[in-house]
Each structure stands twice: as C-alpha cells, then as structure tokens.
Design a binder for this molecule. Structure first.
Ligand SMILES: [Mg+2]
Length: 412
C-alpha cells in the first residue's frame, strides 16, 4: 500500500479550510485537516513544497515511522505550521488504515470507551437577554453543556460574541460565531480587563439564577489576563461552579499557573495554541490544568495528541479538544474517533459548520441528545467533494486583534 498521490486542497465554503488528500496505489484515499486560522497559506506551502514530495512512494501503513520521519528529518521542530502539516499527514494515514481494515478509526485505537461524546456549544449575547435566548436556543438544539460569553459594558466588541454590530459596517462578512474576518487586514477590537473582571461574575450569577445549578457552564478568558487577574477571576467565579475556565493567561509562561492554582479551585483548561507534548510537560506534571484543549489538527495528529492525553491521564487530567469552526469536518472527525477511544475523555467543543461546508465535506458523524459519535464508516468517515470545494477559492481572512484604551496592542 504505497502513497501514489498527495494533493493539497484549499477551499473557502463558509471559511477557509486546508485539506491534504492522499491516494494509495491500490486506490484508497485518506484526508487530513491542516487548517491554521489566519495563516492557512503557510501550511499549504509547507505541505506542497516540503512534505508532499517526501510522501510519494512511502508505505501508507507506516504511520508512526512517517510521523517520526517528518518531525525529525525537518530538523526545525514544533510550531503551529509544522505540527498542522504533520497532523494532516497523520490523520490521512489513519483514514487510509481504517479503510484498508474496513473499520472506523476508533476501533483501531482500542475501541469505544463510551457510547457518545458530551459536547458543548457557544452561547453568547451582547446583553443578558440576548445571552439567555442563545442559551435556550442551544438547549433546543440538544446541547447539555454551554460556554457563556457576553458583551462587557463600555467595550465596542469582544471575543466570542456572535454577529458583532461593529463588523456589520465593515467590509466582508462575519458569520455567526466565526471570529476570522474576510478582508485584507485584521479587525481591531478594544479591551479593558478591569471592566471585564467586574462584569463576568454578575453574568454567571444571572445565568445560574435563570437556568439553575445543573447545567454545565464554561467560559473562555482568551489569554487576556495576568496571573493575579486570572486568580481573581477564578476565585470570583467559584460560587457558579464552572465546568472549566479556559485560557486565563497567555500560558507561554507556564509557571504563572502555579499562582492561579494557589488561589482558586475553578477547573482550568488550556492548550488550544500548544502543538506538542513538550508544550504540556510542566503544566501536566505539576497538575496546573484540568483539561487539555489541543486540537488533533494543531498537535501533530491523532498519534501525537494521543500521547499527550495518555500522559495527562496519569494525573487525572482529561481531554477538552478544541472544536471551533476553523477545525474542518475532517479534524472534527479525528477528534471524535480519538475522544471515543481514550479513557480520559472530558468534553468536546462542537460548533456546527455552515451548510456550504457540509456540502463540501460529506460526513457520517451523529449528534443526538447532546452527544456526538463519529459513526461506523471505515476510516474517519469524511469524504471531500472536489467539485464542490472547487467552487470556493481561498479568501484572505484574519483573526482580530486588541488595543487598550491608550492604544497598546493587547492579547486577543
Ligand atoms: Mg478558546
């Protein structure tokens, strides 16, 4: 089973996606997601110029050997571009192996450890009323766990709020829950940490009063706080029993989380911008987090993220894989197979893709009563319609960035 062909497909149905498609000499195909939001074309070049030529002629069965070859032979290691490219190859090879075996990938990873994957969605609103409507609408869609983000009085726009009014006047389209803005330049947003820290606990108090104590609630601070501000937020949210508080600090400084841990028992989730097990070494060993936020797509694929999660399992740290709309249906399928197989699954982030995306990527997963299942098709269970994908060429799009009131650039 030799890799005969490798194609990098860029398509932008509702947003940009980068997909690697491998074909073997006996006609099996495999797909891998290599989408890096706002830096898509860097991964395209890495794959097309430096990885595709190395894959032709290799044995498609040798997943681990190919991973190690791509990682070590590059000499330059880690980083989001490298690890997204390797992830796409890894996913595509698992897809092929599943098809060759006639089994879904989760069976090759040890079989199902549960019946389905608890998933959370993103409720948001500029006001409390809008937020409540959004939570109710998510519950009607079956969600049993909900991330809560709201506007902050005095700030024009803020991370995680769907359909910001500020974008409507700008060029391009911002579709629901998608922060990347189509256009030549990143959008500028504003930020005020003190206003945010005052406001957020009042929102969670209102949500608990309205929706009761049972509903699992999550919140994302999106890397914007200093360690002591993060500690303050975790402490102030303790009465509202969060499932997790995400990305409280930028997390490159992992020791900072020791300080946060000393002050709060609110569970912490981090890692969506980490790429390897080495990025997690200290925070897992010192038990500074409760959930690993990595996506299969950005962490070297199924093979490597499984190593991260097996390491985390020793410390009772669970998975909380990244699943916003910039994880393609292929990357989401990979997350579902991995999440179904591992013992230390926690929760899966799940936002629905747009209708055009669902036409480009034919999928076999199920979503019932708040639980995801990858389905039982051989491989990952996703096929790419090249005719459909060809209708939507790449469109430049960037994530926004923040400035403080005095003009200083801040973490977004
Ligand atoms: Mg996040």
């Amino acid at each position: 089973m030799i890799i005969d062909r490798a194609e990098v497909v860029v398509t932008s149905p509702d947003r940009n996606f980068v997909t690697l498609k491998l074909t073997t000499d006996d006609g099996l195909t495999g797909l891998g997601d290599a989408t890096l939001n706002g830096r898509e074309m860097a991964v395209v070049a890495y794959l097309a110029d430096h990885v595709v030529p190395l894959l032709i002629g290799r044995d498609a069965h040798r997943i681990e050997d190919t991973w190690q070859f791509l990682y070590r032979s590059a000499y330059w290691r880690r980083g989001p571009v490298t690890m997204a490219a390797i992830a796409a190859v890894d996913m595509a090879l698992w897809d092929i192996k599943g098809k060759a075996a006639g089994m879904p990938v989760y069976q090759l990873l040890g079989g199902a450890s549960r019946n389905g994957l608890l998933a959370y969605g993103h409720a948001s609103g500029k006001t409390t009323d809008e937020l409540f409507d959004s939570i109710r609408s998510h519950q009607e869609q079956g969600y049993r766990a909900i991330r809560v983000q709201t506007g902050v009085p005095g700030l024009k726009s803020i991370y995680g709020i769907a359909s910001n009014a500020t974008y409507e006047a700008m060029e391009g389209v911002r579709y629901d829950h998608e922060p990347a803005q189509r256009g030549a330049l990143p959008a500028e947003e504003d930020w005020d940490t003190r206003a945010y820290l005052r406001h957020v606990p009042t929102v969670f108090e209102a949500v608990r009063n309205e929706f009761g104590s049972e509903l699992p609630l999550l919140h994302d601070a999106h890397h914007r706080l200093t360690p002591i501000q993060a500690a303050q937020l975790g402490k102030s949210l303790e009465p509202y029993d969060l499932f997790w508080l995400e990305d409280v600090t930028p997390a490159e400084n992992q020791e900072a989380l020791r300080l946060v841990r000393q002050h709060t028992t609110t569970p912490l989730a981090i890692g969506e911008i980490f790429n390897t097990v080495w990025d997690y070494q200290q925070i897992i060993r010192e038990q500074l987090i409760d959930y690993v936020r990595s996506a299969v797509t950005h962490t070297g694929g199924i093979s490597h993220l499984k190593k991260v999660l097996d390491y985390a399992a020793q410390y009772q740290i669970k998975s909380g894989m990244h699943g916003p709309t910039d994880i393609s249906p292929v990357g989401m399928a990979a997350a579902m197979h991995l999440g179904l197989a591992i013992h230390n699954f926690g929760i899966q982030e799940y936002m629905r893709h747009g209708a055009k995306t669902d036409q480009v990527f034919q999928q076999s997963f199920t979503w019932e009563n708040g639980f995801l299942h990858p389905g039982n098709n051989p491989g990952l269970g996703v096929e790419l319609d090249l005719d459909e994908s060809g209708k939507y060429p790449y469109v430049q799009a960037y994530l926004p960035f923040n400035r403080l009131a005095d003009g200083t650039v801040h973490d977004w």
